[in-house]
Design a protein around this ligand. Structure first.
Ligand SMILES: Cc1cc2nc3c(=O)[nH]c(=O)nc-3n(C[C@H](O)[C@H](O)[C@H](O)COP(=O)(O)O)c2cc1C
Length: 311
């Protein structure tokens, strides 16, 4: 069965998040409550296609069998590099590839990649065709437009006429970054457009969805699946089918697990790991003092010591 057709309506995805959804954090989420589908962080196709960058790209494509189903996300501007990278992903055992056409980061946009592709729709189409040549199910993750919400119809038409196997729409423009509320009001029209132009494309909605229950209303509108990004920062158990309260001990156990995985995969340097501590050290008495202590640590070993001293 084609990769995207195996999921029941209402399926859930953990959003690709650069610097967040690496192999360690994906396992943390899998332990807490797994989504139906994981995505890797995005990887530049230029890296895979250069001698210098290939090693790093391969590191970023490292996954475990237990993470399946997982989709590799790639970005760039050179169609032939997309073909070659998607071919490599197939050989690595990936079952699907996703093209990033939504990243608003100025360095990415300056290269013409990510949401920069919204301004070069012909190139965006060429990239979809080039990626498909590798024979992997090919999806696109994008935004409503570059600077104006009204761009959504032309832009999504451009994508849908290439019949991607799945399409994730983050309901904001590039210009809006994540600063305004997601444009939920457009979902019914997006569903209609998708059904007219490419009914076989699986449609995923993203933006400010914190739990699968929040996403239910979109499924009732004809959307196939939902994607959660920052919701996992507020609640690492957000993919739970039956949500419940979690104790301080459960959160600390999850953090210890993350520390162990960080060491296991030799994910250096240490400081970026501290960004995650707020996820675990939150919402219990003494959490802010404990976080302050953890911010002063210089290694996973020191962080473990701080946790060990807790009453
Ligand atoms: C730290 C961070 C890194 C991100 N990196 C990526 C990325 O690599 N690829 C991508 O398609 N989107 C990336 N995004 C966007 C998210 O996938 C998602 O579209 C966005 O956060 C909106 O969803 P949310 O409101 O559920 O967080 C990133 C977002 C954040 C906060």
């Amino acid at each position: 069965m084609q990769f995207w057709k195996q999921f029941q309506p209402g399926f859930t995805c953990l959003a690709p998040m650069e610097g967040v959804t690496d192999i360690a954090f994906r396992q943390v989420v899998a332990k807490a409550a797994r989504p139906d589908i994981f995505f890797t962080e995005f990887t530049n196709v230029n890296s895979y296609n250069s001698d210098k960058g290939r090693h790093n790209a391969l590191d970023r494509f490292q996954t475990l069998p237990s993470e399946k189903p997982i989709v590799a996300q790639i970005w760039g501007t050179k169609p032939d590099f997309f073909t070659e990278t998607a071919q490599a992903l197939k050989q690595l055992g990936f079952e699907a590839v996703d093209i990033n056409m939504g990243c608003p980061d100025r360095h990415v946009v300056a290269t013409g990649g990510g949401s920069g592709l919204i301004r070069t729709p012909e190139l965006a189409k060429e990239i979809i065709r080039a990626t498909k040549m590798a024979g992997l199910p090919t999806s696109v993750k994008t935004r409503l437009g570059y600077s104006r919400v009204e761009e959504w119809r032309d832009w999504l038409t451009n994508i849908l006429t290439e019949h991607p196997d799945a399409l994730t729409v983050h309901l904001r423009t590039k210009k809006e970054m994540s600063k305004v509320a997601a444009h939920y009001e457009l979902v019914p029209e997006i569903v209609t457009l998708k059904n007219e132009l490419s009914p076989e494309t699986v449609l995923i909605i993203n933006g400010d969805i914190e739990t699968p229950a929040d996403g239910r209303k979109f499924i009732d509108m004809g959307v196939d699946g939902i994607m959660i990004g920052r919701g996992v920062f507020h609640n690492p158990f957000c993919f739970e089918k039956t949500p419940r309260e979690h104790s301080r001990e459960e959160l600390l156990d999850l953090m210890r697990y993350h520390l162990d995985l960080y060491d296991k995969y030799e994910l250096v340097p240490y400081d970026p790991l501290k960004h995650f501590y707020k996820i675990y050290i939150n919402n219990f008495p003494g959490a802010s003092d404990l976080r302050a202590k953890l911010m002063e640590t210089k290694s996973t070993a020191e962080a473990r010591e701080v946790l060990q001293k807790l009453a």
